[in-house]
Design a protein around this ligand. Structure first.
Ligand code: TXA
Ligand code: MG
Length: 313
């Protein structure tokens, strides 16, 4: 299969309408889209990524009016979160409509829904004529792609088309919140922080440490976001041992010469550059990546979550 590259939203959406699978940019990471109503195309997403079939996909809507095409019984807390954070980097897990194909949700009766705020993403989804399901557009287990070139690196010959856009603005995947129980529960950290969620629904719980989390958010069970190189979180002083085949990324200088060093000017830049930095290290065949820890507030909490996942083997 030849993967077609285009900057043209209309051409990319036509591929989706014909049953193809198409990568597209969002403000978080690049996604890999198929029509919500097209089980054949959705099964090709799982195949192209090498994704376990028990890991559900997120439905992406281009306008609030499309929410009712995906979910039902949307409660008052979920409505408040929609009102405050859509469009944006927040996924809400809601009761799914019965006509949503089982393959999209891995058989669950719930579905994650997100409305990206990226302009190109929304134009693309609307041009597809219905919501699309989309996981991150990487091979399963590798870091999510934040550039179209990273998508091509993983997916060339495996998907029909890439809608080329800019590098993504945030660089980490969306915050995921389960709204199907009594109170909203944070399942995955992202750019919308727990504090921001609580400023809208104060009872929102962080179940990050809950052992049955993997049951409710199946994706968290799998190893994620990992480069081939070993990821090591440094001490607070960013001290790095002598190691010529190593790389470093952080907010402060590592105090040692290494093969590849990235000092980010802010936590936001660190988050935005992390996954591409991981990929760069793998391209160079480096063996270790030292990462400086950051304070767990705002996007820093999501960044630390991804660093810990990448560092755990
Ligand atoms: O920012 C993002 O969310 C990106 C862009 C493309 O929108 N998408 C993304 O999708 O990261 P993916 O498939 O790589 O991660 C989706 C996460 C997984 O951890 C999955 O298990 C969880 O959301 N999830 C999806 N549907 C769910 C559901 N019904 N219940 C619980 N967790 C769900
Ligand atoms: Mg993913």
């Amino acid at each position: 299969m030849k993967t077609f590259l285009t900057y043209d939203v209309k051409k990319a959406s036509e591929v989706v309408k014909r049953g193809g699978i198409v990568a597209f940019p969002t403000e978080t990471v690049y996604g890999l889209a198929a029509r919500l109503s097209d089980p054949m195309a959705i099964s090709r997403i799982f195949e192209a990524k090498g994704r376990p079939s028990d890991n559900p996909l997120i439905a992406h809507i281009g306008a609030i009016e499309q929410l009712g095409m995906v979910a039902k019984d949307i409660g008052p807390d979920a409505r408040k979160l929609v009102h405050s954070f859509f469009p944006g980097p927040l996924t809400l897990v809601l009761k799914k409509r019965p006509d949503v194909p089982d393959i999209a949700t891995a058989g669950l009766d719930t579905i994650g829904v997100r409305m990206p705020r990226d302009e190109l993403a929304r134009r693309f989804i609307l041009a597809c004529g219905e919501p699309v399901v989309a996981p991150s557009a990487n091979l399963s287990g590798l870091p999510s792609p934040t550039t179209w070139q990273a998508v091509l690196e993983d997916m060339d010959g495996r998907i029909d088309c890439i809608l080329q856009g800019d590098p993504t603005e945030i660089g980490l995947e969306s915050t995921v919140v389960d709204c199907t129980g009594g109170v909203p529960v944070l399942l995955r950290k992202g750019a919308v922080s727990l504090d921001e969620l609580r400023s809208v629904v104060s009872a929102t719980r962080d179940d990050g440490a809950n052992t049955d989390l993997s049951v409710r958010s199946p994706g968290l069970r799998y190893k994620h976001y990992s480069p081939r190189a070993q990821v090591i979180i440094t001490g607070d002083d960013a001290s790095v041992p002598f190691d010529p085949a190593a790389a470093y990324i952080g907010l402060s200088e590592p105090g040692r010469r290494l093969e590849l060093v990235r000092v980010a000017p802010s936590v936001e830049d660190y988050a935005k550059e992390l996954f591409e930095f991981f990929r760069e290290c793998d391209r160079l065949g480096l063996e270790k990546i030292y990462c400086e820890p950051v304070r767990e507030e705002g996007i820093g909490a999501a960044l630390m979550d991804r660093l810990r996942r990448a560092a755990s083997t």
